[in-house]
Design a protein around this ligand. Sequence first.
Ligand code: FAD
Length: 397
Amino acid sequence: MIDFRLSDEHKSIQNIAKSFAEKEILPFAADLDKKPKENEQLRKDIVKKAFDLGFNSVLIPEKYGGSGLGEIALVMIEEQIAKADISIASCIGVSACIPEMILKWGNDEQKDYFLNSYINNNSTPSILGFGITEPYGGTEATCPFPGRDRGCRTLAIDNGDHYVVRGNKTFTSNAGIAKLYGFIARTTYDEPMGKSGIIVFVPDGAPGLSFGKKEEMMGFKASNQREIMLDDVVVPKKYVIGKPGQALEIIIDFFTTKAIGTAALMLGVASSAYEYVLNYAKQRNTYGVPIIDHQIVAEKIAQMKMEYEAAKLLVLKAAWHAENNIKRDSTYCAMAKVYATEMARNVTISSLQVMGAYGYSCEYPIEKKIRDALAGLVIGPTNERLRIIIAELEKQK
Ligand SMILES: Cc1cc2nc3c(=O)[nH]c(=O)nc-3n(C[C@H](O)[C@H](O)[C@H](O)COP(=O)(O)OP(=O)(O)OC[C@H]3O[C@@H](n4cnc5c(N)ncnc54)[C@H](O)[C@@H]3O)c2cc1C
């Protein structure tokens, strides 16, 4: 039997996130977008309150101090928070999905250590970051082939009980504000990623770890994307998750949670734009009638609504698969990310069209929504890469 209704638990977390977003974020949304530097403290305060509500620990089982509510709950949270501000939602989303990697691929000692020292430690918000993208490319960083000029260039030299890690990552979200970072690296350029790829975790403050300036992005103004320099950082082997050679497998699995997360952010961007523009189309009159009564405008409203609802079904289906299957269905995760990000682009651009010059004006919220929506297309894995993955997975069936 199929039941499309949300459970009481999911409704409850959705309502908590909605009310948090409306009270604690929405009043500051314009400031968060326009004055990121001045609002650093504001962002930290909001994130701290969000973490106090447990938004970052829904994928962590109760046994390790989380709520274990699961992927669908995380979609609810990310959508509601992204309706108010995508940067705050993204900070929560990234921090929420990294512990899952540790839980899934780490050993018992690592789970205890990382979760207690860096994630469930309430003294400061447990903001986390994960660096894959390098100056040579984000897509390139997961290229499986051997060679010095192929794939991930960050090198981890085996030195007995530790690795010495050197390389640069770019565009890492939460860089400079996180307590703990994960990175993909290679033990040698001579072997393919399937033999040489490893995942290392590095705490903030580790000698040799430093950050570049905050990237000035089109949207996501209140988030922190920075270059990260790893200059002979000593990483004890107990900070390496999974076995050597397993990095690609771990990253592909991580991408599935992250892809659902990016898709959920885009549901928030699109639904907030849609709700705003629907109201506008009912209020604004031309030729003696509300513009929604002009069929060509009505068609845009209908199209936006249909695309949003279709994307939401796909995102929830991907989240349901992730929550209920031991092995995730990567096809659904990939389809959800591609479809929801393109839906958000379409919905926000149509919103501008329905609002005319007010849609283009910085005094109104739609232009920000467009800037935020466009990021979804390039956040890794890019939609081009995901389309190839979807087709490859289909071919194997
Ligand atoms: C808001 C934001 C947050 C981000 N956060 C993070 C983060 O936390 N951590 C992190 O590591 N990165 C992060 N990134 C970076 C992001 O993941 C990369 O931009 C993305 O992976 C693409 O890499 P690239 O920009 O180097 O483009 P490239 O990989 O150089 O790709 C350029 C173009 O070529 C296409 N292309 C390249 N190779 C292939 C291929 N094999 N098949 C098909 N098409 C291909 C791409 O689709 C794209 O259109 C973030 C980016 C943004 C905008």
